[in-house]
Design a protein around this ligand. Sequence first.
Ligand code: GLA
Length: 720
Amino acid sequence: MTPDPESTPAISSSGSYWVLQTREMGYAFGLNPAGALVNAYWGQRLPRLEDYPELLSLPARSSFDHPLNQIPEEYPTVGGPKYTEPALQAIFGGGERDLALVFQRTEVSGEELIVTLRDQHYGLWVELHYRVWAEANLIERWVEVTNSDQEAVRLERIFSATLQLPPGRQYALTYLEGRWFDEFEQQRKPLEVGNLVLESKRITTGHDGSPWFALDAAESGDAASETEGGVWFGTLEWSGNWKLVAERTRFDRSAVHLGLNDWDFAWSLAVGETFRTPAVFFGFTNGGFGQMSRDLHDFVRGHLLPHGRQARPVLYNSWEATYFEVNEGGQMRLAELAAEMGVELFVVDDGWFAGRDRDNAGLGDWWPDPVKFPGGLGKLIAYVQTLGMEFGIWIEPEMVNPDSQLYRAHPDWTLHFPHRERSLMRDQLILNLARVDVQNHLIEVLDRLLSANPIRFIKWDMNRNVSEAGWPDYPGEPREVWVRYVQGLYRVWGELRARHPQVVWQTCSGGGGRVDFGTLRLADQAWVSDNTYAPARLQIQEGYSLVFPAVTMESWVTDRGAKQVPLEFRFHASMTGVLGVGGDLNEWSEEQRREATQHIRTYKSIRDIVHWGDLYRLRSPTQYPYSAVQYVSKDKSEGVVLAFRTHQGRTRDAPLLFLQGLEPEALYTVEGVTDGAGQQVVRSGAAWRVVGLRLELSDFRSALRRITRVNTLRGDGVGA
Ligand code: GLA
């Protein structure tokens, strides 16, 4: 029986047992007879509330194994006879390092359940917050800790959630890892006894990982596939240091703990203060990794992105064409060529601001270089607008070069330790955004730039990772700097967004070094990688698509690999996201520009489907030289398939592509697919799924085919 999401409330309780339900997921926990808050269930939504299992209650196994090591605690703390991974660790004023939380009460307010716990002795209050996004199939979880004691408490670890997996299975963890130029690489590892730790210590989300996970059954027969099987997944809304611990105990218990990284972390919670963690969003689906991604995509598009459903313009970015050789005339010429091709947004990248002739000077001085732009940006922007395009620009606000007016005036504004050399990377240092004066300065300078110029798009970059994360003037706990930095970043960005709501932002950190649910509340788009070689990009983009939707995925057609990879292939690869062009248009022949114009026109006719429809990954570029993705509009009336062959695999034959997501009973055509008599082939959605579609491609060729609903089998008038 399929449960009716309308018939049971999102939050139900019976005594001290609570059930949270979304479209497809059930999640239950309660108080066991010993008073411990214990998880009872996380997985497929069950038909009746009575179906949810009772709380596990166990006798001690031996004098060595207290039951607390075996029961799945909902929010485990350091304290008592426990050796399993904690989510919360604190030290009280007198040095006591043991937390004993006692259940106090629950409160339901709309779609939110709050469970309040308090330390047995000290005035430390812990609130577990659960917000149910029933239709989106996700639950949002975070923690608030308040100190109502007489003395400060030092938090040493405070994760957002512990997520207990149902017992009885071994799980495999799917996660993303990478490095600069090679982000979002998919990995899958069975959880063995012990901990598997993923983290960032870079003050950003990092290229080397994403605070996201997916778990499925490790046994091959039970493992989830792209199209079916149980997947437990979640992600953290945070853009700084994070940590994920996937734990498997010796007692058949698996859990994921996710939150702020406790490495070099501490927070002194003064009397009367509250600390709120970032949120974790988690879900479950039986529809495999594909459905997991579609759930996440819908949530990002529907609830995170600042500009929601607003159309995303085709953009041109000058970086790979000019690097630091930016000047008014050169940019105007590029703008003319871009406009002719149908580009809608012209973005000047690095190199436009005061003193920025190379990468070792200028960062911090956010006004137009007087030599390159003698009259300011006004003339270029006006010209871009006459050409019918909007104007965008690149900034890197958190950074400063020692060779800049800003650094000369405020050397103390960077993260540093007084008796340590400040490590330079790309000749730059990091401003300490934890400082309110630094935040205010950035707000003022960037507000001035945005107020003086009709800028519609900003690429916010960050081109190095942290070192010497010191804040010598700070009188409090020095290790708070990691969190306060990110809070400062959110404040600056949030304030600028509020003052200039028309501006669309892109998050970039040397490519995909800072993409997460936190930045996607501020930025509508992300620069996924500096690697713009299309065949590599297909793989990077696939990894990205596990979590983030196409409408956030900016992708440029550049000259990288142009000798080998046709323009059409490069365009098709970029059309699977937000299309941009980043090649040196001065070097493109008239014929190439004509071809590009055609591709941009085609893209504009499909972008609504790509951006707002559902994604189906038909064949993975990480596994096959012939890969394909498909997008289907939400009303299932149209779709598009994009297929790519990089090189000849073991066989020359094109694989069958089994189309998905179409209405089984409706009839569809696929552009260019005809029968022997040259007639369009018409098949039901169900048939395209099992009969499939074969598109012959030679090496480095690609294809784009539109799918159109033509009628329904029942002839009930749906479609054209
Ligand atoms: C980073 C970005 C690039 C470009 C350069 C400019 O590497 O990822 O796209 O903006 O900085 O310095």
